[in-house]
Design a protein around this ligand. Structure first.
Ligand code: NAD
Ligand code: DAU
Length: 354
């Protein structure tokens, strides 16, 4: 890893990864290609540990000319691909950008990497790492075993279908063209810089403003929560030492019901910033997400056995650190909440839920 193209590095996980990588690889240079959609922000890249080794480029991963030029000009040997449309609710109300960015964008990057590396010394020492999700595997019932790397794909939302399609393309480029690829399929992340549309920041910020806390359906859905820094470490380990052509499942082993997670957030807030009424009084059941996956759980045996990775954070300490981060970073929070179009999104997604 010398010259690394990170895509989507102004988003939640991508920005955390850029911070992580600048520390983990003291010689590496990073080119960060991000379109700065509503989900990406330069606010996430302030205070980088060594900014001279980071070049930000605002642009679209679907722009083949731009991607080809960046690979050539910066002699890229490693691609870490985060850029995506990532919010399931948005994919339900407007799937087109998901197909465009997640499928066509991934295709554009694969094609560019294949062409550049084939024409400049071959595939040795190169790596294309694709960041994917547990949602490609579908939904588990309460007694099903956790998803393993061998679980058949069964995506059920436009988001997860577009991510599944991109995973298939990445594998096809390994088998057909010998592109040195790895994939991580990870569970729900939480931590600093997560855009407030996602469950944990939404609940923290709504609670602080005395707004209702919308629980979809009965709130008995289960996600497998992982602190974002642990995900960054897993990606780094797989991209560096994972076997080319292989997929690695990544998860946190923390699987509360949504409703219990939100209750826990409320009790942390009760402790850190007490108000006359407990925050949990704001919890409100609303119309469920269509096609809502009931349960995810990840079997992480393979990454543990082959690469020695396990999560460092438990949900109690990770959640507390996250709530504190949102309480302390008021400028960042304000910038996100005031962003053009975010209010419209909240109306679109929540107004018609009874
Ligand atoms: P995010 O929505 O916070 O950030 C996505 C970033 O991609 C943004 O900075 C955005 O500007 C950029 N982007 C979007 N379209 C682009 C385009 N066409 N060209 C260039 N940049 C573009 O997403 P996230 O939560 O950080 O997720 C990052 C990746 O990790 C995604 O691929 C997602 O599928 C995957 N993932 C996320 C989670 C999670 O819990 N958030 C879990 C597993 C996997
Ligand atoms: O599992 C990995 C996936 O996790 C990633 O691939 C996605 O990019 C990421 O967005 C996330 O998807 P989810 O749909 O699980 O995350 P979200 O935060 O939107 O929702 C988490 C759970 O909380 C889910 O069961 C839906 C529920 N929920 C969500 C919101 C926004 C609510 O009950 N109310 C809400 O208002």
């Amino acid at each position: 890893m010398k010259n690394i193209l990170v895509t989507g590095g102004a988003g939640f996980i991508g920005a955390n990864f850029v911070h992580f990588l600048l520390q983990a690889e003291p010689q590496a240079k990073i080119v960060n290609l991000d379109l700065l959609t509503y989900a990406g922000s330069l606010e996430n890249l302030k205070d980088l540990p060594d900014p001279t080794r980071h070049t930000f480029v605002q642009g679209d991963i679907c722009d083949a000319e731009l991607v080809n030029r960046l690979l050539r000009e910066h002699q890229i040997d490693t691609v870490i691909h985060f850029a995506a449309e990532s919010h399931v609710d948005r994919s339900i109300l407007g799937p087109a950008p998901f197909v465009q960015t997640n499928v066509m964008g991934t295709f554009t990057l694969l094609e560019a990497a294949k062409t550049f590396w084939a024409g400049s010394g071959g595939m040795a020492g190169r790596r294309f790492h694709h960041v994917s999700t547990d949602e490609v595997f579908g939904s588990l019932s309460p007694k099903d075993p956790a998803f393993s790397e061998a679980t058949p794909y069964d995506p059920r939302s436009p988001y997860s279908a577009s991510k599944a399609a991109s995973d298939h393309l990445v594998r096809a480029y390994f088998h057909t063209y010998g592109l040195p690829v790895t994939i991580t399929n990870c569970s729900n992340n939480y931590g600093p810089y997560q855009f407030p549309e996602k469950l944990i920041p939404l609940m923290v910020l709504n609670a602080l403003r005395g707004k209702s806390l919308p629980i979809y359906g009965d709130g008995k859905q289960i996600r497998d929560w992982l602190y974002v820094e642990d995900h960054c470490e897993a990606i780094y380990r797989v991209a560096k030492d994972g076997q080319s052509g292989e997929t690695y499942n990544v998860g946190g082993g923390n699987q509360p019901y949504n409703i219990d997670l939100v209750t826990e957030i409320c009790s942390i807030l009760d402790e850190l910033l007490p108000k006359p009424a407990p925050y949990a009084a704001l919890m409100t059941h609303v119309t469920d997400r269509p096609g809502h996956d009931r349960r995810y759980a990840m079997d992480i045996t393979k990454i543990r056995r082959e690469l020695g990775w396990t999560p460092r954070h438990d949900i109690e300490s990770g959640l507390r650190a996250t709530v504190k981060w949102y309480l302390e970073n008021t400028d960042w929070v304000q910038a996100m909440l005031e962003q053009d179009g975010y209010g419209d999104w909240l109306d679109k997604n929540y107004k018609n839920r009874s």
